[in-house]
Design a protein around this ligand. Structure first.
Ligand code: FUL
Length: 439
């Protein structure tokens, strides 16, 4: 899906807190001009495929009338207690062709049962009221690992097999996010940066979501050769905080910063979950939405134009049906492959004249797994062949940032792989806006 929209919305939007403590009066939640279609129209125009909403953040407030809680929209003055954000957002997603997903925090600072055995059952019923069909298909269930109770606070032993089993029972197609999946994993930071080496496999044996998770270094780069598939998902906010705050509007991230985040997430084999929090009206702030449109415009200017189009490519392959020319074919299901056991290869592109570029986009054919562990790229310039990149993993998508070069030919060499390489795409691009930062 590459890019999804994250929406942090709830009492914190009105109090200015990042973590509410669960004692906020329900009436505090009172969006004055809610329009979920404005969120989805914005998300769609920006190129996002899905939306994930904080249905319940750590303060326990439910954006839907959960029968398990007395701390929900139903107890608020908003629409006389008849409102339901999940209803409006899931309808808006369906109308705009976006997938609908939910963040439901296990840590709950309002529920009096939190810290007792009764809480796990209550949490299951909470999940059931969202995932049971009332809001249609839910593509992702986001389990936050955070808990700020501290050493003297309440201690809840979560029943993860029960929680995950509940999600799969009600939404068998859903991807479950946590520090250890099972669907996809946290990237290990909230800066918007996946590892330059990033495997979609993860060693999950002996680990749990939250404090019992793998180290942030491991989350950032995955575990090569591990049996479990849990691709990285990079969650980051367009603002300093996760919730909207008028005072932070001047600090909405620049297009250059958003592009850097894109290169370090989507361009490093990770999904980008970009948080753009609605304001107290219940709409995306015009500063944020304008920035998203500028970001989209920049992405289109860079990636709509493939400077390798019209090139010819030569090199070894598995044979008919797997020719190197498949790398230039935009269809994902047509890929180049080497024979079994042949894990290195060099392919040469004749660019049919000089081309100026600074981005090399590569994609592996992921239905057959992630394989490449080392590769390098050379360009034929007026000064001869020059190495312009030496990297490790590729994965679903890798966008390599290179110096700006003018070249008539390009050589891609796969130096090592876990099995014979299967690559579906190679394209070349020029980014005129954001040429710095080669880390
Ligand atoms: C963290 C939470 O504590 C933050 O408030 C935010 O929701 C972020 C996405 O995850 O763990």
């Amino acid at each position: 899906m590459e890019m999804n929209l994250f929406c942090h919305f709830g009492p914190n939007t009105f109090t200015g807190a990042e973590w509410g403590d669960g004692t906020e009066p329900e009436d505090i939640f009172n969006p004055t001009d809610l329009d979920c279609r404005q969120w989805t129209a914005t998300a769609k125009a920006a190129g996002f495929k899905g939306v994930i909403i904080t249905a319940k953040h750590h303060d326990g407030f439910c954006l839907w009338p959960s029968p398990e809680s007395q701390h929900t929209v139903a107890q608020s003055q908003w629409r006389d207690g008849k409102g339901d954000i999940l209803r409006e957002l899931s309808d808006a997603c369906a109308a705009d062709g976006l997938r609908f997903g939910v963040y439901i925090s296990p840590w709950d600072r309002n529920d009096p049962r939190y810290g007792t055995a009764a809480y796990n059952g209550a949490f299951v019923r909470t999940l059931e009221s969202v995932l049971g069909g009332a809001y249609g298909p839910v593509f992702e269930q986001w389990f936050d690992g955070a808990c700020g109770e501290g050493p003297t606070g309440k201690r809840q032993v979560y029943d993860w097999p029960l929680f995950n089993g509940t999600v799969y029972r009600l939404q068998p197609q859903a991807v479950i996010f946590s520090d250890v999946g099972p669907g996809c994993r946290w990237v290990g930071n909230e800066r918007g940066s996946a590892g330059r080496t990033n495997w979609s496999t993860l060693e999950v044996e002996g680990f749990e979501p939250g404090a019992g998770g793998p180290t942030t270094e491991v989350l950032n780069g995955g575990t090569p050769g591990a049996a479990h598939w849990a691709a990285a998902e990079t969650d980051v906010s367009i603002r300093p905080g996760w919730f909207w705050r008028a005072s932070e509007t001047p600090q909405v991230k620049s297009v250059q910063k958003l592009l850097q985040i894109y290169y370090e997430s989507v361009g490093r084999n990770s999904l980008l979950l970009l948080n753009v929090p609605p304001d107290t009206r219940g709409r995306i702030d015009p500063v944020d939405s304008l920035r998203l449109m500028e970001f989209r415009e920049a992405l289109d200017a860079i990636f709509a134009n493939d400077l390798a189009a019209g090139a010819t490519i030569s090199g070894p392959s598995r044979g008919r049906g797997f020719e190197p020319s498949r790398l230039l074919d935009p269809s994902y299901d047509r890929y180049w492959a080497m024979p079994d056991g042949k894990i290195t290869a060099s392919l040469t592109l004749d660019l049919a004249g000089p081309k100026t570029f600074n981005r090399v986009l590569l994609q592996e054919y992921i239905p057959l797994g992630q394989r490449v562990s080392a590769f390098h790229v050379e360009a034929l310039t007026p000064d001869g062949w020059q190495e312009i990149a030496r990297e490790t993993t590729i994965g679903y998508k890798r966008i390599v940032l290179t110096p700006t070069v003018t070249a008539t030919a390009l050589r891609l060499t796969i130096d090592a792989a876990l099995a014979c390489p299967t690559l579906t795409r190679l394209s070349l691009h020029l980014d005129p806006l954001y040429c710095a930062n080669l880390d």
